[in-house]
Design a protein around this ligand. Sequence first.
Ligand SMILES: Cc1ncc(COP(=O)(O)O)c(C=O)c1O
Length: 436
Amino acid sequence: MNRSLSAQERAKRVIPGMTQLLSKRPDMFSLGVWPGYYDKAKGCTVWDLDGNEYIDMSISGIGANVLGYADDDVDDAVVGAIRNGSSSSLNCLEEVELAELLCELHSWAGMARFTRSGGEAMTVAVRIARAHTGKDTVAFCGYHGWHDWYLAANVGTENALGEHLIAGLDPCGVPKALRGTAIPFRFNRLDELEKIVREHGKDLAVIVLEPIRNAPPTEDFVRGVRAAADACGAVLIVDEVSSGLRMNTGGAHLLFGFEPDMAVFSKALGNGYPIGAVLGKESVMQSAQKTFISSTCWTERIGPVAALATLRKHRRENVGSRLMQLGRNVQDGWRHLLTKHGIKSDVNGMLPMSHLDFETPCPQHTKALFVQIMLEQGFLASNLYYAMYAHRDEHVARYLKSADVAFGVIAEGLRNQSLEKMLKGLPSATGFKRLT
Ligand SMILES: Cc1ncc(COP(=O)(O)O)c(C=O)c1O
């Protein structure tokens, strides 16, 4: 681990917060044991800087690498794009083909715009919706990135975002004048959304939600959010940045019957290459021309080429149903083993993005010990399992065998109150905190 740990120290000196993504910070796993940096990744195997080899059964590039690392089909397409020039003074045809393919997969949609990350794609979508309606206020449910429109929810509130994936997001640096412009409601709580519509309907530009994160939406909720948007003339946006390309080739909203005006994709869309897509009804998308939305690197070629190759393979090989099966096998395995070892916990999440929450007296220590013992057995693992198409049944079987060992050690540690002493690194961090 020497090279990995010294890389972390170097990074902390020159990059505030050490990395560009909270979810890849080693303290989110266990600082001192989590390798943090990789040298090579292929399929579901990762080699760290010290040459240690792991099977990655953790966050799979935090959901970006839906097919697996360095997928040959996607990489061949990307290498072809590089050889033919990934950028020029002219535009690439692949972005037109990608818009056409996304509209074919989502028959309600007529146009698309592209970015290179999920948070900025969401910001584009919200800007278009505000331009379209001429109104300002956003009602939202779930996590949608780091931008001002979203973090505004925490301006002048205790922690409005605390219920929406990441607690403790400090809106420091977000203009205080944005206070009250983003109002949260909880998933499947139509009553909360209806209250927002009653109180703020005349100012409501947007209703935005993920179509699924944990439990599926109820039919009433699906119907109700559309009715709420119609009642006040708000644009309904489904954020598919995480849920897209997990259960099916396209948006999960298609499976649940949501009728959105816009849908936003990123992460899995490029299998790890940067691409974000804002898809929408033509009438709404044309409002992108009322405002200024434009960026140089949104026109490079790798993103659209990777997305086309990913979508085509995903559809051809019915990747969504395989990811569902993998998630089901892992969730069933977790439940069986946790019961066997008498460890109190909650297994949850849409199947391809599963998580287990330890309900022990010291959940963050428990998670860190799980991370540690799984690393010792050759697995990158945490309390999250994001399925990749590269995961074979034998990986799942080996993973569950090792999890059996890890849960056994944890149960023992809980029984004789020695769990903390067994930690070689620090307990896992929760939520957003400054890294020192
Ligand atoms: C639902 C959702 N929206 C938006 C984002 C932000 O995407 P990105 O990290 O690509 O900026 C995420 C990231 O986790 C997400 O899960």
